[in-house]
Design a protein around this ligand. Sequence first.
Ligand code: PLP
Length: 477
Amino acid sequence: MDSQQFKEFGKAAVEFIAEYNDTVRERDVLPSVEPGYLLSLLPENAPEEPQDWQSVFKDFKDTIIPGLTAWQSPQFHGFFPCGSSYPSIVGSLLTDGLGTICLTWASGPVSTELEIVTLNWLGKMIGLPEEFLNSSLGTGGGVIHSSASEAVFVCLLAAKEKTLRRLKQDPDFNEDQAKLKLVAYTSEQCNSAIEKAGVLGSMKMRLLKSDSDGRLRGETLKKAIQEDKEKGLIPCYVVATLGTTGTCAFDPLEELGPICQEESIWLHVDAAYAGAAFICPEYKYLMDGVSYADSYSFNAHKWLLTNISVSPTWVKNDIDFLNTFDVQRVYLDDINSETKIPDFRHWQLPLGRRFRALKLWLVLKIYGAKGLREHIRNQVSLAQYFAHLVRKDKRFVVDPEPSMGLVCIRLAEGDDLTKTLLDNLIAKRKVFMVTAFSGSKVIIRVAIGSRFTNKSDIEVTWNLIKAEADILFGESP
Ligand code: PLP
């Protein structure tokens, strides 16, 4: 493909994206396909002969698009939002258009430095203490990981190394035995990513019981640590969640932090979804105690209008990353500088890194902090409006109270009917949500996901749910 064809194909693709988003409301949220649909449509082998872009683009529309779940539909309420916006989409295009990879500072000075700048901006916007920022005089700084999973895993490995280094000061220290005794703690409400980090890092991950509001309390953590120390185990890593996946509960960092500090345990804060909301001053109190943390991450690609994969992660002491991940090769020259410019390859799993800061930079500049705050506040108020509609119907219970852009609802009659209601709704493909638990009760999570959502979309969602409940209860609409 030459540059002329690229321009034509590119223009057609941009037109298509705009049209797709403009008409996303008219599409079913869930595609009408069965497992294996694409396998039976596409040939077994890659084409031998080159094909023109027009016919491939037609194929894309005929075979790929029908299998798409419409995450940007205002009736998509599953999981948490899939961040997207036009500045970010252009950012992705430009990143690929420039075709660079950053391995060392020299292989991508601008990738490294824009990442430093955007993470300083963002860290200040969400109110992280100075010591996490590269702009401070200390050893803190931010890096963009690909996912919350990567951030939690990388920090687990750094915590492991840090603990082992501390213990090595004892002349009787046996590293192989110590590795088997390391323990991490989080709550049973944690995202699967946290448990997986324990599996990948070969560290026992204890899922501690949360309180009735879904929060991991200090006394629970303290008791678990005490029990483990009595068994000769070595507490090493705690992951607190700000905005749990099930109900968007917030672990109290002010309770957990001092315990971690006293026990020399690494505290990581996973704010994957709700972290974006801290750009609004009214939510910053939920981060109280963050200064106790060693590391902090959130997904700009959830609620900050940025396309996947952008998980800003800050660490207070970058030496902990260097001690863990610094592997040298003669062809990978580190930056020799008096300035605080990191070689991010020592902060992450892959060697080659995508120029992810570019789209974040575009989003931060084109929306401005003000525009991003408006987005968060608008979505929270839409969630409140949805809860208000639900509360008017006595068959439903809002449980727990709405948190950020998430409203959890259930039928007062019990779990079985709640599950049936959701199954029936999803079968019609017009709306999508998933279940979770509030205490022992099954709830339907209704996350406000799309940036396009407005009040009438919320009414559409509510009317679909209500109509399905009417059918379930044998009432005429
Ligand atoms: N942590 C929380 C609280 C989440 O809600 C999620 C995903 O929804 C994750 C972690 C995992 O995020 P990722 O897909 O970026 O690994």
